[in-house]
Design a protein around this ligand. Structure first.
Ligand SMILES: [Zn+2]
Length: 212
């Protein structure tokens, strides 16, 4: 078992000098088969693809964020190949300060853009379903009876063809990346934008989007 530790303290493998990073923030272990990440009771959390995690198996392509630092996970995991006991990871560019990088748009602006992201997703999903329904029935008039929003989509998708299912999966995959909290990147799932706006804050990171 090999491990890489990330944190503010000088005895970490990758040292991140920022007050939002805990002295020992998280560890990544290589058990020979998988890479596992463990949050070390950090104050501001360890996020994989927007999800707050305690422990998780990770892949090179995952997005790792600690507090407001995005870590270049590919380079960190590559370090397992050359690091010896007690070595440091020598690249300061391994982490980007997200708050600096994305300072052009405020959290509020980015949140409000999600209305378009959500509407666009629903419109595209409707279109995919309707095209499939038209093919199946051949009767355009029948379209009025097809439920196309909300939970009904899940039920309907069990009846649709493989090609349509693939299109929906691709669309959902894209949506998972875009329909996320602008602060912590947590995916909002099926929650409509109107609900988010009414509530006004993130369940995961507690950010009040409209006051940022
Ligand atoms: Zn959040």
């Amino acid at each position: 078992m090999k491990k890489i530790s990330l944190g503010r303290a000088p005895d970490n493998t990758l040292i991140l000098s920022n007050s939002k990073i805990s002295s020992k923030h998280c560890e990544i272990h290589d058990d020979g088969n998988d890479y596992l990440i463990y949050d070390c009771d950090s104050t501001n959390g360890t996020y994989i693809n927007g999800h707050l995690v305690r422990t998780s198996i990770i892949e090179k392509t995952d997005r790792l964020v600690l507090a407001d630092y995005e870590i270049d996970l590919q380079k960190v995991l590559r370090a397992f190949d050359y690091l010896k006991e007690g070595d440091k990871i020598p690249y300061p560019e391994l982490s980007n300060h997200i708050a600096e990088k994305e300072s052009n748009a405020s959290i509020k602006d980015k949140f409000l853009e999600l209305e378009n992201v959500y509407d666009d997703y629903i419109a595209k999903k409707k279109k995919i379903m309707l095209v499939d329904a038209t093919k199946k029935t051949g009767i355009r008039a029948g379209l009025a009876f097809i439920p196309v929003v909300g939970p009904a989509l899940g039920i309907l998708s069990s009846n649709v063809g493989g090609n349509v299912q693939q299109k929906i999966m691709d669309l959902d995959e894209e949506h998972k990346k875009n329909y996320v909290c602008p602060k912590c990147y947590k995916f909002f799932g099926n929650e409509p934008f109107e609900n988010l706006k009414k509530r006004g804050f993130c369940f995961a990171c507690k950010t009040k989007w409209l006051e940022q």
